[in-house]
Ligand binder design. Structure first.
Ligand SMILES: C[S@@+](CC[C@H](N)C(=O)[O-])C[C@H]1O[C@@H](n2cnc3c(N)ncnc32)[C@H](O)[C@@H]1O
Length: 297
């Protein structure tokens, strides 16, 4: 067996976001006009900027429990009043960031590498399925490129945020179906209905629930979900693709590569590896997630 090569995809195409520093289990970021300190368990190294830069951040998140989960609850301590949400841009696409009761800020900047890849393939002849779609930025990038999109998330609130982003981006008239459903149940239904997609994007959490209480556990269900996604992509259409990202589980790029290839035996090209954010002031990279990407050519 040939060992796969792993690629590091670096999201270095942001103006409104910057990773200013990381170290000692934390990261310091600029998100729009505001600066934030958040826990970062992978930053085992020493920080490089002055402690005073960290101390002047506009908001600091403290998690209730130690861990590496972006969905972990905790609380924000702010040093100045922040608006409920604020506009940001990526590649001319306007959307809103916000503090959430969890560690994240309703934008996952490392994903821009995948928005670009999906948008380069999306076109009016095909439809992209964005599962676990949350902020909708992948959906909006594909729609802006002219593609049709079906966006699925179990949370009504998440869909509401995504639709606010759609309005902010000026894409209200774009052909996007917004669906509140369990991702896997929806995929199975689409297979029964004989539907096919040009692209599938999935960013599943470790653990989640569908709107009817359906349980999602990545370790138990990922392989079956990928096989079902393969069925949606198993046709002769041009420029088909799948983008899978995984955060904070005990899974390596090699384990993900083998799972994905076994579950999706479609002819085409695979790329596997890690996603990373560049530091604004030095050449370090912060690892964020692992990914598997397939394209039909
Ligand atoms: C990590 S976020 C995805 C972030 C997304 N990549 C983005 O850029 O906005 C995971 C999303 O999965 C949703 N979710 C959790 N369990 C689900 C399920 N069983 N079916 C569909 N969506 C689910 C959550 O509501 C959440 O919005």
């Amino acid at each position: 067996m040939t060992a796969p090569e792993f690629t590091t995809l670096v999201a270095d195409d942001w103006r409104d976001y910057a990773l200013l520093d990381s170290g000692a289990g934390r990261k310091l970021e600029r998100v729009g006009p505001y600066t934030f300190v958040r826990p970062e368990p992978l930053a085992l190294w020493a920080p490089r900027t002055d402690e005073s830069d960290w101390a002047h951040a506009d908001a600091v998140f403290s998690a209730n429990a130690v861990g590496d989960d972006d969905d972990a609850a905790g609380r924000w301590r702010t040093t100045r009043a922040l608006p409920e949400s604020w506009p940001m841009q990526w590649d001319g696409l306007t959307f809103h960031a916000r503090t959430t009761p969890f560690r994240h800020l309703a934008v996952f900047p490392e994903h821009s590498v995948h928005w670009r890849f999906a948008a380069a393939r999306a076109n009016a002849n095909g439809e992209t399925l964005n599962l676990f779609g949350y902020t909708g930025l992948a959906s909006l990038a594909c729609a802006r490129a002219g593609g049709r999109v079906t966006h699925v998330d179990a949370s009504k609130r998440a869909i509401a945020f995504a639709r606010e982003n759609q309005a902010a981006a000026g894409l209200d008239a774009a052909p996007i179906r917004w669906i509140v459903d369990d991702a896997h149940a929806f995929v199975k239904r689409e297979i029964r209905r004989g539907r096919r997609y040009q692209g599938v994007i999935l960013d599943p959490p470790k653990y989640g629930r569908g709107p009817k209480g359906e349980t999602w556990r990545i370790e138990e269900k990922l392989s079956e979900l990928l096989s079902d996604c393969a069925a949606l992509l198993d046709h002769g259409g041009a420029d088909r693709f799948l983008i899978l990202t995984v955060y904070a589980v005990r899974l390596t790029p090699l384990a993900l590569a083998q799972t994905a290839q076994a579950a999706m035996p479609l002819p085409g090209q695979w790329t596997f590896g890690e996603m990373a954010l560049p530091h604004a002031n030095d050449d370090r990279l912060l690892p964020t997630a692992i990914f598997a990407r397939w394209s039909s050519r």
